[in-house]
Design a protein around this ligand. Structure first.
Ligand code: CO
Length: 191
């Protein structure tokens, strides 16, 4: 079964979520929700899904990435759950295209920390500490943003916004530095 993924403009994407107690997390309701979120994420397909994206204002997200890409420092991440996360960003930033299941059909370049530490509760309500880097660090930052009512479009380099079709047609595989130069505002453009 698949849940409906809400799109930008739905207020729940802007309110974020409330924390869950460990007792709630191990309860039937949240355990069933986690299963449905897992199926919905896989079916979408996506590498993460946050509860506000299915209309629930809870600090809960599921993550799973089976992809691999040396260029974006992407390695497989097994399925896991984060609840009530606290995020500490590393000092280095990296630019890359990202998209969102709640902003269907678009991608844009977002600057994200290349490393991140997350303290959260897992699917059993137990505290975990995650030290992530590369694409996984980006996924965590993206999903935790959802839990606080923020979307990637709030952080994107707006001139890079592209439909997914045009991304495939013009920008896939183009080095980010080259792409930013091509998309830069022309000198003399009034701000
Ligand atoms: Co998203």
């Amino acid at each position: 079964m698949q849940l409906k993924i809400v799109q930008a403009g739905d207020p729940v994407l802007r309110t974020g979520g409330r924390p869950l107690t460990p007792v709630e997390i191990v309860g039937d309701e949240i355990q069933q929700l986690i299963e449905l979120m897992r199926e919905t994420m896989r079916e979408a397909p996506g590498v993460g899904l946050a509860a506000p994206q299915i209309g629930l204002p809870l600090q809960l997200a599921v993550i799973e990435d089976v992809g691999e890409n040396a260029a974006t420092d992407r390695t497989p991440v097994p399925f896991h759950v984060i609840a009530n996360p606290r995020l500490v960003l590393g000092p280095e930033m990296v630019d890359h295209f990202e998209g969102c299941l709640s902003v269907e059909g678009f991608q844009a370049v977002v600057s994200r920390a290349s490393t991140a530490r997350v303290e959260a509760l897992d699917h059993r309500g137990a505290p975990v500490v995650i030290d992530a880097s590369g694409w996984y660090a980006r996924i965590l930052q993206h999903e935790i943003d959802h839990l606080l009512g923020t979307l990637y479009i709030d952080r994107m380099l707006s001139r890079t916004l592209s439909t997914s079709r045009n991304f495939g047609r013009h920008w896939a595989g183009v080095p980010i530095a080259e792409l930013l130069e091509k998309l830069a505002a022309r000198p003399g453009t009034p701000r």
